[in-house]
Design a binder for this molecule. Sequence first.
Ligand code: TXA
Ligand code: MG
Length: 349
Amino acid sequence: METIKVNFENGIEMNRIEQGAEIIKRGGVIAFPTETVYGLGADALNKDAVRKIFEAKGRPQDNPLIIHVADRDISAFAAEVPEKAQAMMDKFWPGPLTLILKKTDIVPLETSAGLDTVGIRMPSNETARLLIKASGCPVAAPSANISGKPSPTNFKRCVEDLDGRVDMIIGDGSSIVGLESTIVDYSVHPPRLLRPGYITYEDLLVMDPEVVYDEAKTRADEKEIPKAPGMKYRHYAPKAPLTIISGDVEKAGKEILKRTEKYRSEGKVVGILAPKERETMYNRENIRFISLGSEKNSSEIARNLFEGLRMFDDLNVDVILAEGFSETGVGIAIMNRLKKASGFNIVEV
Ligand code: TXA
Ligand code: MG
């Protein structure tokens, strides 16, 4: 398949948005930017189009898609909108929040992967909203990575994963949030936080104190079926095995250097992922150090996380050691992704 590739380097080109919308209307698939991560979109109401998303990504069929809207009136897709869910939409849309609601019949079971609920979100990224509006339909879109890889946060990574597999790839710079949307399930009571994100649990509790979050339920090794089906697969994984060294910063640093020495004696190339404050400490021969930004700025760490993980693939490291981040605020979402990237391979020091 010939993929049309367009990167908006000098602002949005409306003729290209129209071209993308035509492709969506005709049942094609397009990678496009959002503020969280890049999405791989198709007409959410066209089951053949939706099937192409699963094919292009190599995604398991039992993992439902989020539909993206450009209009606040979601009554065509959501059968019930509880009052608190409406308040969440009013507060956080457009933005990185997805709500799970009971679906109407026009949302095909291909989109919801057989569930009677659907995830809905209104992105704040302008390219995304113009594209959805011009398409005239809700756009189903998972993250635009090949299943299992870290989500792409820029044009280049989408091209790497999807060139030749989709009809068009549109880019407009790096995603400003860098982590997928926060997901809250309002089809159940009490409502559940299913995936932590940039909009934090604390942010949600201010709006609705009833929201519950049970981190264990999002674990990859849960025997019970996780509430968000996507949470059970190995995710966000760079090619090299990744170990998180968590705990006191000084002890973690010593442990990382100790392990590095051992790996190097085995002839392995070691990648280290840590905040930039530790740059001089890990500035040694044979270490591929990637900084995600300052540990004082969790938004910056979040924005750089997936790109950092992907850079280790380019550097051909054999093993990766990552410092754990503090699990407060956005840090909860950062560690949620990092733990999955490691396959829950965490060492406490
Ligand atoms: O920020 C985002 O949400 C990005 C951008 C592109 O919008 N999209 C994204 O989609 O992360 P995806 O497919 O990679 O992740 C969606 C997650 C999966 O874990 C899926 O299982 C869950 O949402 N999900 C979708 N619909 C659901 C439903 N009806 N009930 C429970 N979980 C659902
Ligand atoms: Mg994904």
